[in-house]
Design a binder for this molecule. Sequence first.
Ligand SMILES: O=C(O)c1cc(=O)[nH]c(=O)n1[C@@H]1O[C@H](COP(=O)(O)O)[C@@H](O)[C@H]1O
Length: 226
Amino acid sequence: MTRSPIYVAIDTPDIARAREIAARVRNHVGGIKLGLEFFSAHGQAGVREMAALDLPVFLDLKLHDIPNTVAKAVQALASLKPAILTVHAAGGLAMMEDAKAAAPVGTKVVAVTVLTSLDGNDLDSIGVAPDTHAQVERLTLLARQAGLDGVVCSGNEVKAARKLWPQGFFVVPGIRPADGNGHADQKRVMTPRQALDQGASILVIGRPITQADDPDQAARAIEATL
Ligand SMILES: O=C(O)c1cc(=O)[nH]c(=O)n1[C@@H]1O[C@H](COP(=O)(O)O)[C@@H](O)[C@H]1O
């Protein structure tokens, strides 16, 4: 049986709730994603507890600092052996190279390009040319040059990015089912089916599953569209 491409983003500081969601959706997802909210509340002990549920763990800490600091942080996380670990591509080439060198064998290190919560106006406001496509493409090439495994981008850019890096691993968040209500803080969104068709390797889906009355049913319904 091939694994589902869905990683469910378990964004909660409540570990009992995190365990409950993971247990309920486990047959309809390929893994769980633990990010800043969960890690800030529970740290490595919490990640180990969730890893005991025996689903691949995507540790999304979006590391972004000078190369030495990021490399040492990756070393400090290495014993967790996450399936996937994130850094920010905007940290630059040397930071990404050093992050990859410090990561355990078997951990995919992927770089966040342009957050899915940003649009062209947001890029302009931080002094970056207001073209999300061009910026994603540029950072994808940089991540490739650094020897990373892939990048994180929205479904809108994944086709163009994959063209630049056919063997890359493409993580796509900002996923909203067609019948869902509201994008919340996400600006560049796409349906699960479209994102896969455009070249996503995996889909990161949080609130459409975790905030549903029945997370298992929500995951199942999304899986049925794939
Ligand atoms: O790296 C990520 O996973 C990520 C990158 C990005 O550009 N946008 C983005 O939303 N994410 C993460 O994907 C998840 C999206 O959650 P929902 O909007 O609830 O589906 C969150 O855990 C975010 O931290």
